[in-house]
Design a protein around this ligand. Sequence first.
Ligand code: FES
Length: 156
Amino acid sequence: MDISLEINGNHEELDVDPGVTLLDALRERLGVTGPKKGCDRGQCGACTVHVGGRPVLSCLTLAATVREPVTTVEGLSVEGEALHPVQQAFADCDALQCGFCTPGQVMSAVAAVEQDVDDVREFMSGNLCRCSAYPNIVAAIEQAAERTRSTADARV
Ligand code: FES
C-alpha cells in the first residue's frame, strides 16, 4: 500500500506491506537509523520515537497507521548542528556507555522534560539500559529539566 509519512520535517512517500512497522520503514526504507532495533517486541524502548509529539515504540507501531509527524533523534536539533538541551545534558552527565539505548532514552527523556514529570524513574521505566547507566540518565534529565525551567523563568 502507498503511504505518506512526515519524518523530521521531510515528506516521504512509500509503498509498504501493511504489516511493516514504523521502525522497519524508518531503518530499512528511509535510512533513518537513530531508532534502534533492540528486542523488536516493545520491551526495551530502544526504538522510541515521537509521533505527534508523544513517545511511541516504533517496533509496535504499523507504519500505515501513522498520521502525525514523526520525530527521531536525528530530528531533535532545532538549529543546525546544535544539540538539543537533553542531548547536551546526556553528554554533560556521561549518561551512556555503549550508546545503543541512547536514541530511545533521549526521545523518552525529551518527553519527560516537556511534560515536567514528577517521577523521572517511573516515566523512564520502559527504556532499558544493558550498561546500567541509569543514575547518569536520571541526572541528565534532571539537569535538562532544571535548565528548561530556568530558561522559562527568565522569559517571564
Ligand atoms: Fe549501553 Fe544503555 S548505554 S545499553
